[in-house]
Write a protein that binds this ligand. Sequence first.
Ligand code: F6P
Length: 355
Amino acid sequence: MQIGVLTGGGDCAGLNAAIRAVVRMAGHELDRSVVGYRRGWNGVLDGDSITLDSEAMRGTLPRGGTMLGTSRSSRRLESEGTAPLIAQLERDGVEALVTIGGDGTLITAGRLSEAGFPVVAVPKTIDNDVFGTDICIGFDTALGVATEAVDRLHTTAESHNRIMVLEVMGRETGHIAAGAGIAGGAAAVLVPEAPFNIDEIAERLVARHHRDRNASIVVVAEGAIADGSVEIPDTGADEWGNRVLDGMGQFVGELLAERTGFDTRTTVLGYIQRGGPPSPADRLLGSRLGARAVEVLMEGQSGAMVGVHSVGIALQPLAEVAGRTRYLSQDQLEMLDLISTAPVLTRHSKSRRWF
Ligand code: F6P
């Protein structure tokens, strides 16, 4: 079986780890190199691919972005459907595809699968809003950047007795805003899931400063929406009909300055959240999901996304935890075996053999 891989949608940190894991797993399991398509689905449509083997992946793990390049939706894909994709994949001898992307990529992957082509999807987006997984590749890195920004804004806000508004990404959802707001100790967090009332926020900030505080951080997701307390300016729609997100942080900052009378400054974090080296957690997640996607195809399954399902906070009786140690799981040992040059597991302790 020859496997293809592509990255679609906006870039983020951790994509290269996922591509690398796909290549490693395919190399070990199938003894095959992988066909990497450049620029997402456009690369498949144009027959623009490269051969990916361990050598090609060297040095990519700590690098942000995607070594394959990526693209957003394509008009040709919209008008011609999946037939040209399947024709090109067949020409390239690709029998199964791993797609690494967000909602747009998932929709096309779903169509390809409905047309009978084996696909397994890997979720990525800094917005962390892909349905069916608790965490997406890229989120942890973006959250780290946003939290660091909150920390930095705190010290300057305190020095000047200011309100600091931080606009973070989050088109439909507030995962980054909520995460950074909680981790960084923000006074208010505005997210698309809960329309904000600007008067109430202003009142609370005034009360807070009159009490004892000399700094307030307000984290605003770019896609935040207001209740009837204020009308959000219409910033139009792009060629696909999506709302153009432009200036929510600035807008909120101006409203708060007006209503509170406090010195207020706004920072827009923007693409800094998407770029730069992936956090260790994103490298691990990319590695786990990429490897698992190939395994799933090897098991004869497709038309699915590999996702993470973590449990919430659970209560454990002390009698069951005291004096015990949580060791690496068999899965983790097998992952180590996959990524190490020297075998970690003995033949005896392996449930599968990669060497
Ligand atoms: O990937 C999601 C996202 O980060 C959104 O939060 C943001 O609105 C969008 O990408 C911007 O992407 P681009 O300008 O690259 O199309």
